[in-house]
Design a protein around this ligand. Structure first.
Ligand code: ZN
Length: 341
């Protein structure tokens, strides 16, 4: 029998940490940190684990890596790209590199992985259980141009990224809105190891002379095999369309340009209250526009059917804000913090 405990990541957008106990092993899926200032998951309550699996290198999924000692310094299973994009250093002896597609052996358990479509090197995980299998999706998206998503296999229990709840608008429509709003110059903010390459590609396709912070230019080169002009805080001009890191103006080139006059900012990530973007958007000095990097309502309902899931756990969401998702899932909706899987 296997058992799932949601340490963090249910009921609202917060750090992802899910514990699976199976065959005498304790396996942790993701090791994120909270998104609000001062918010941290209850890592002390977890105890020693035998392995840590990382879905991708975003703060809410890997941000607690410096606290690995608190869970017994387990071996860490992740793709090479996830290790490369992780700011925390993991000792080579503790790094277990996994493929982005296919199977790997996790302490005797055959785990299947597939590309998540959400971040470079990002994966979803499937593990066999007596009750018909379990999928931990991490963050997933079906709409990226540069990052394809692999279909997930059948599983009785599907723990799915539901960050957007009932949002069902198309990325293709959102891109048109972003293109229109960036006309005449804008600082377009995104996280590193995220949608930067897709954003550069979108503005290029629209005929814009787009520029990028160095880290985004490297991601674009890797994803698309093409160069994009690099810009920095000295060379940036307010009439440029610039794709930068610092998804909420908290770091990277976007943070530096916030100190200069004349730039317009377009944000599209989840906006925690404590970040620089929050007051700017609230006072209409910056604009927030949607750009899907998580599943739409229709995606979750289609995948629940395709996986033939008996139970669907919508993660990273206050489900009371998503009545369409609740009714679409019906009796499959599962919200318990602990359950047999
Ligand atoms: Zn993510």
């Amino acid at each position: 029998m296997a058992r799932l405990t949601a340490i963090s990541g249910l009921n609202r957008k917060s750090a992802a940490l899910f514990l699976v106990e199976i065959g005498g092993r304790r396996i942790l899926f993701d090791f994120g940190d909270g998104l609000e200032p001062g918010e941290h998951p209850d890592i002390a309550s977890i105890g020693k684990v035998d392995a840590l699996c990382l879905s991708h290198a975003h703060e809410d999924h890997i941000g607690s890596l410096m606290r690995l000692g608190d869970v017994g310094m387990p071996p860490v299973f992740a793709t090479r790209r996830c290790f490369d994009d992780s700011p925390a250093s993991i000792a080579p002896a503790d790094r277990c590199e996994i493929p982005q597609q296919g199977q790997f052996d996790l302490l005797g358990i055959p785990i299947t992985v597939g590309r998540s479509g959400h971040a470079p090197g990002g994966v979803w995980f499937h593990l066999p259980t007596d009750l018909g299998g379990f999928i931990y999706s991490g963050d997933v998206s079906a709409e990226s141009n540069s990052m394809p998503m692999d279909p997930m296999p059948p599983a009785a229990t599907l723990l799915i990224d539901a960050s957007y709840g009932d949002r069902d608008s198309l990325l293709s429509d959102q891109k048109q809105q972003m293109i229109a709003q960036a006309k005449g110059g804008a600082v377009v903010c995104c996280p590193p190891a995220g949608r930067g390459a897709d954003m550069v590609d979108t503005f290029r396709q629209a005929g814009y002379d787009v520029k990028a912070e160095a880290i985004i230019a490297r991601e674009y080169q890797t994803a698309m095999g093409q160069a994009v002009p690099v810009v920095n805080v000295q060379s940036a001009r307010p009439d440029d369309v610039i794709v930068t890191t610092g998804s909420n103006g908290e770091e990277g080139l976007s943070a530096a340009l916030l100190q200069r006059e004349g730039f317009r900012f377009l944000f599209s990530s989840h906006v925690p209250k404590g970040c620089p973007a929050y007051p700017l958007i609230a006072s209409k000095r910056a604009q927030w526009l949607p750009w899907n990097v998580h599943p739409r309502l229709r995606d979750i309902l289609i995948w629940a059917d395709q996986c033939r899931a008996d139970r669907v756990i919508p993660a990273f969401l206050d489900v009371t804000t998503a009545p369409k998702l609740m009714s679409g899932l019906g009796s499959r909706l599962a919200l318990e913090r602990e359950m047999e899987i």
